[in-house]
Design a protein around this ligand. Structure first.
Ligand code: ZN
Length: 273
């Protein structure tokens, strides 16, 4: 049984004291690949050091995270573009819209998002998308998923695909993401009592999801609130199996195949026999 963690910030300083041990635990948990989303220029060096040390296990993405978009975003975007032209990456990410923390640079967030979606389509790379809504959607909080889906629809970029990372939407939103040709990234929220994914997962196909931890954030129950790590992907896989009433081996086989199908040709040689 092989698993892929499609979204983990394992270069984060929270792993500085025990990164090798954390990666050993991931290997013992049969995690064949860990995909690393970039945040901004400040995270590139740590991420690339891991990609060089573990070229077949730790695969880097390149992108500017929406919560890092501010009045210097054009400088940050130029650095992303430069990296995309110079180095190999498995995806453009993480990119998207965040209406939760701060709306000051929301116009710039949209511009950065559109620009990076275009680069992904040009380079034929998948995207890892962050869509975090504002507080209390029913009372004026904006729905980041819906607005991101609108952007993707309007741009209609040929061949664009990827993952709605940390999907926490409704069944209608899940179907919209799937219709757009994207996978749903299912993580620790699936194990939360009020996470809402119990109303979504039983009604969609195993072919439309991939697994992720979003380490060091969003640890699954019983580690909720503590540091998350890739080895916990097994807990998420088991929870998905329970909600879909299938066995964990089927969850692993399908989600790993779904993830591998997203990989650009350059990484095709990593596919296990
Ligand atoms: Zn992330």
């Amino acid at each position: 049984m092989l698993l892929i963690d499609t979204h983990a910030h394992i270069y984060d300083e929270q792993f500085d004291q025990d990164r090798d041990a954390m990666l050993e635990r991931a290997e013992a948990a049969q995690i064949s690949q860990i995909w690393m989303p970039n945040c901004a220029q400040e995270t590139v060096a740590g991420m690339m050091a891991l990609a060089e040390r573990y070229p077949e296990r730790c695969l880097p993405m390149m992108g500017l995270h929406p919560t890092y978009v501010n009045n210097t975003f054009e400088v940050e975007l130029a650095a992303v573009e430069d990296q995309l032209n110079r180095n190999a990456f498995m995806a453009v990410g993480e990119i998207g819209l965040d209406f939760y923390w701060d709306m000051t640079f929301v116009d710039q967030q949209f511009e950065a998002f559109r620009t990076q979606l275009r680069w992904a389509a040009e380079q034929q790379l998948p995207v890892s998308m962050h869509t975090r809504s504002g507080n209390d959607r029913s009372h004026g909080g904006r729905n980041a998923f819906a607005e991101a889906a609108d952007v993707i629809e309007h741009l209609a970029l040929p061949g664009l695909t990827g993952v709605f990372h940390c999907f926490v939407g409704t069944l209608d939103e899940a179907r919209r993401a799937i219709d757009l040709g994207f996978k749903l990234g299912i993580g620790g929220v699936a194990t939360f009592k009020n996470g809402g994914l119990d109303k979504v997962l039983p009604h969609i196909s195993l072919d439309d999801i991939v697994l992720e931890t979003d380490s060091p954030y969003l640890a699954p129950v019983p580690y909720r609130g503590k540091r998350n790590e890739p080895a916990y992907i097994r807990i998420i896989a088991q929870r998905v199996a329970d909600l879909m009433q299938i066995n964990i081996e089927d969850v692993a086989r399908h989600t790993t195949a779904n993830a591998q199908a997203l990989l650009p040709a350059l990484y095709a040689n990593l596919l296990p026999e």
